[in-house]
Design a protein around this ligand. Sequence first.
Ligand code: PMV
Length: 330
Amino acid sequence: MVRMGVVASAPAKVILFGEHFVVYGEPSIVLAIDKRAYATAENRNDKLLYLRSLNLNLAGYFENGVFKIEQGDLREAKLKFEPVKLAVEKVLEKYGENVGLNIEINSTVPVAAGLGSSAAVVAAVTTAVSALLNVKMSKEDIFRITYEAEKIVHGTPSGIDPAIATFGGTLLFQMDTGFKPLDAKMDIPLIVGDTGVERSTRVQVEKVRHISERYPQVVEPIMQAGREIVLRAIEALKQNDLEILGELMNINHALLYGVGVSDESLEWLINAARKAGALGAKLTGAGGGGCMIALAKNEKLEQVLEAIQRAGGRPFIARKTDEGVKVERT
Ligand code: PMV
């Protein structure tokens, strides 16, 4: 049966606690947020894989593995579309036949800001294509394909972004034990503030490596404190205690500042958010620019949002979502 226009979506993420220290084996807490990437998959009459990103203004097609640009910058398009192509190929392998497809991507997630936009796009594309072709895929399969595709973008990623894009919800992640869903029924009202300052995760991770090699005795207790924050936060999530979560975010940010991954753009937004009544604020992800998050009671959300905007950031309100990747329309 030929079906037209299957739409799937997947969520972005924020790291609530534990970024960087997670690289050294400590636990971290990650949330799926209600900013989603959407992908539409359609059949074609030829064998081309045609890709279009509405939000990035890029379009082109792969013909026998060779990419041809139709809209936008060739290098950028290749970079963005390569993981998508790999994911589509994995689905076609399972389908057992090479067919032509139109894929349209429309993501509402800021790009290259540490919110997991590329993983959300790939998970949505994988799901849309497999639903279009009636290829049975478990969530595990989608996670694995998204993870493989992410390796092209990030080298050796921890797997946080593909996991949250696929499964959604609130996850505890630790290198040696992997992912565990956390019991977090409470609403977690956040404002995400994008500094607009581009940064490289790799460079920020290197900074922490450098400082921890120079001052091992100093950095070790910082990492331990990071672990204690996560353990205390798990309790606070169970007890629906927003105030404690906010305080823990502030402490976590101080630790990240201590190991050198905050910057002026983040500090402006974080201070503005706290002054406007946020319960807590911290950088999220790699730091050195990128995004910060602030936690606020519902009645303070708008105030905090405006303060972040006035301080030069691009803010949006985000809520935790339990919805991982899903088919929106068949
Ligand atoms: O790339 P981001 O901003 O999503 O953050 C990566 C999180 C780090 O802990 C800094 C690195 C990692 O691989 O976990």
